[in-house]
Structure formats: C-alpha cells, structure tokens
Design a protein. Structure first.
Length: 283
C-alpha cells in the first residue's frame, strides 16, 4: 500500500525528490505539533490528578517528604518541575519516532537501500550505535528519576560516580541526558546514568500517628511488635517503618503510636494497617 501511494505521488503529482521533500516537511510539522500536544496532554493529566485528590495520587505525587517544614506550595512547585521536565523528555521521544518513520519513508520514495550506507560507512554506524546506547541509557535514567522522584531541583544529593570522593551538591537542573549539580566550588554536568547510586540528603521519612484499640491482655509493646510484623506483609507491602516505633497506652483501651515511614501514608492505608493490627491482636 505504501508503494502504491508513493507511485501515485511520484507519477501524477511530483517527482520522487519532490515527494521526499514533502515527507521531510510533513515530519517537521508533525514533530512540532506532537511536541505541543504531548506536553499539554501530560500537564493536563497531571493537573487532573491534583484536582481529584488532595494527596495528589498516582504517578506525580510527591513520594518523599523533604527535610524541614515543607509547605504545600513547595511540594506543588517540585511536582510541576517534574511534570515540565518529563513532558519535555516525552515530546523529544515522540519527535525522534516521527523522524525515524520519515527517514524510512524517504528511503522508500527515493528507492534507496539503507544497507548501502551501512556497508559503505560501517564504522560510522558503529560509532553512532555506541554513542546512541549511552544516550538511551541517560534518557531512560532521567525518566526514571522524574517518575520515581529520586531527586529534583533544589535537593541536596551525594553520589559516588567513580571519583576519589563522592560528589555533593544541589540539583540545579534535570535535563534530557544530563543533570546539573552546583557544588561548593563548581558546577557539575553529569550524565543521568552516572547518578544511579544517589543519597538524597533533602528527603526525610514521613511521620505518622496511629491509634490502635487493644484488648485487655495487650500492651504498647505488643502493638509496636505487631505493626512491625504487618509492615511489608501481603496487602501492606508499600509500608516501611524507619527506626523505632514510639508506642504508649492512653489508659482507655487504646495505644497511640508515633512512627516514621519511608513514604506518606494516605488515610486509607493508615486505616488498613490499624484494622489489620486490631484484628491480629484480638485473635
């Protein structure tokens, strides 16, 4: 079908070089439109997730609390920074796909065998393949950083990138292929793939308070031990306690527990944990 369409264009409308030019111009326009559409789509989906729940559920929620009295405005600013960076990266990916398809179509229009270029300039293809492999790794790592909220603009990080000492600095920009980090004496431009093992010194555990009803034969220590056993169990695999649990009885058949968790617990997750703990203590 593609060959018939090309023959129709080349035989009745324009020459084959002209058709190739039309394909290139069409790819240019399509890539521009795709960039705008993909960015607006991602931002709209993220904004809709914000309107649907105060805890910003889903992919774009702030997964880790930052050290200090972080306001809702600061969390929203970091979220928007991640959305803008991710939409930019996705739009570039769409553009690359469009241009690859256009290149294949141009080869078909001009009746050029791509094997000719591969065989006559194999060393160039090998060089591009090796360089492209690293770029793809940097690109995918950058997407993972944004989606998983490993670090963001303004975070203080420490990473071992193979130098004599780990590097430490404040993240200034997360790009398509590299991250800019401002250290005490210089600015570092690092490939995203080199920042695999990172300590985010700006993230802190989230605090949570639980009120657990207990039978007469259970005390605060029993509650603390039960909560530790339930964390990470079936149905509660996303709950991870950090450090010890501060449990104390309030004298009315309830135990108040203060703890730190690796991520924020929404009301539904807290209620599920408390219900499981109360059922286990009664059995």
């Amino acid at each position: 079908m593609l060959d018939q369409l090309i023959s129709l264009i080349a035989g009745h409308a324009v020459t084959r070089p002209g058709a190739a030019v039309i394909v290139v111009l069409s790819a240019f326009v399509a890539s521009r439109v795709a960039r705008v559409v993909s960015r607006r789509l991602i931002r709209r989906l993220a904004s809709r997730s914000l309107r649907n729940g105060s805890s910003v559920p889903g992919l774009w929620r702030a997964r880790s609390r930052r050290i200090g009295d972080e306001t809702r405005e600061a969390r929203e600013q970091r979220r928007r920074q991640r959305i803008d960076a991710a939409s930019r990266m996705v739009s570039h990916l769409v553009s690359v796909v469009i241009w690859l398809v256009a290149l294949i179509v141009v080869f078909n229009v001009l009746r050029v065998d791509p094997a000719f270029f591969i065989s006559s300039a194999g060393f160039v293809g090998a060089g591009l393949a090796i360089g492209g492999q690293h770029k793809v790794s940097d690109y995918l790592t950058g997407l993972s950083v944004l989606f998983e909220d490993r670090y963001g603009v303004g975070d203080l990080i420490e990473a071992d990138i193979g130098w004599s000492l780990p590097i430490r600095g404040v993240v200034d920009h997360v790009g398509l292929f590299s991250t800019r980090v401002r250290a005490a004496d210089s600015t570092l431009h690092l490939p995203n793939s080199s920042l695999v093992n990172v300590r985010n010194l700006s993230q802190e555990p989230s605090s949570v308070e639980l009120s657990v009803r207990v039978p007469e034969d259970a005390d605060a220590d029993d509650v603390a031990q039960m909560l530790k056993r339930l964390a990470g169990s079936d149905g509660l695999t996303d709950i991870v306690f950090v450090g010890d649990l501060d449990a104390s009885a309030n004298g009315v058949g309830e135990v108040q527990v203060r703890a730190s968790t690796a991520g924020d617990l929404d009301p539904l997750r807290r209620a599920a944990l408390v219900d499981r703990a109360e059922s286990a203590l009664r059995s």
